[in-house]
Design a protein around this ligand. Structure first.
Ligand code: GUN
Length: 288
């Protein structure tokens, strides 16, 4: 039987509708409209699309969003000045600086400068530290989206062997940390694999839940998957003008019990979780 498709688009839509009601209630009680400030530096077309999609989702959920668009020649000092203004703006609750940044700008210097209380990406070291300690303020959007997909698809996480392919700061590392924590939708036995891992296929075949986040098109082949596994594909790779994931979807579908498509899997969930964090940031600011 081919794998069940985990429909991230539909699950994210449900979450966004619930969030819209939460925003309406919050705004009614406090008079505050949650506000996300998005910062886009340079002309990367993919980044422009991602930011536009995030803003559209904000609009639909009743969250205000503003876009700060800067040229590709922007200096680090100029960007730091904008971040400082947004940190100090009382009506701005979340700040999202879309990555990657142009090469003259040190990304870590920018991410470190965003107020941890407005850091809706959960990239600031203070927020990462809180995640490590199992007392998160914000959860990073993509790993949180993956965790929600696992919950919604009724995957057994507790005690499961989870293999995370990829050790990025945005996905792989926080994903592993979240699933190994004590608590709900966690308590897994987690292995992180990366480009230097030896005997990769042997390890991935132990995974009850396989999360691919390595950024290489169709990297995970059918023989790397345990029969009956749940496969989550975080990859978004452009091949011949088509978007494909890190997993060979057709081959994986023959082996796995459940799998996310690309597009329509993890991507919409990332945006839904960003909205959640923006509302959480507004609650922090309003003490509500
Ligand atoms: N670029 C790719 N993914 C992300 C993300 O989750 N947040 C930001 N800020 N930039 C990104």
């Amino acid at each position: 039987m081919p794998a069940a498709i985990i429909d991230g688009k539909a699950i994210a839509a449900q979450i966004r509708v619930a969030l819209g009601s939460e925003v309406a209630e919050f705004s009614g009680q406090t008079g505050v409209t949650p506000h996300l400030a998005a910062v886009l530096v340079g002309d990367d077309p993919a980044s422009a699309v991602y930011v536009r999609n995030k803003q559209r989702a904000c609009d639909k959920a009743g969250i205000k969003s503003t876009l700060h668009r800067l040229s590709a020649e922007t200096t680090q000092a100029e960007l730091l000045e904008l971040i400082e203004q947004l940190n100090n703006a009382n009506d701005v609750h979340g700040i999202l600086c879309q990555l990657p940044l142009p090469q003259q700008i040190n990304e870590l210097a920018i991410l470190d400068a965003i107020s941890p209380l407005k850091d809706v990406d959960a990239f600031h070291p203070e927020n990462v530290g809180l995640i490590v300690q199992g007392r998160p303020r914000f959860l990073p959007c993509t790993p949180h989206g993956v965790q929600q997909l696992l919950v919604e698809s009724a995957a057994e996480i507790e005690g499961a062997n989870v293999v995370v392919l990829g050790r990025s700061e945005i996905v792989g590392k926080p994903m592993a940390l979240m699933l190994v924590q004590k608590g709900k939708a966690a308590n897994a036995t987690v292995t992180i694999c990366h480009s230097r891992t030896k005997g990769l296929a042997e390890i991935t075949r132990t995974a009850d839940i396989l999360i691919a986040a390595i950024g290489r098109a169709n990297f995970v082949t059918g023989d790397m998957i345990k029969p009956g596994a749940t496969v989550i594909d975080v990859g978004i790779n452009r091949v011949d003008d088509k978007l494909v994931g890190d997993v060979d979807f057709a081959a994986a579908s023959e082996v796995a019990a459940a799998i996310t498509p690309v597009p329509g899997g993890v991507g919409p969930m990332t945006i839904a979780m960003l909205l959640k964090n923006t509302v959480a940031a507004a609650r922090i600011a309003a003490n509500a």
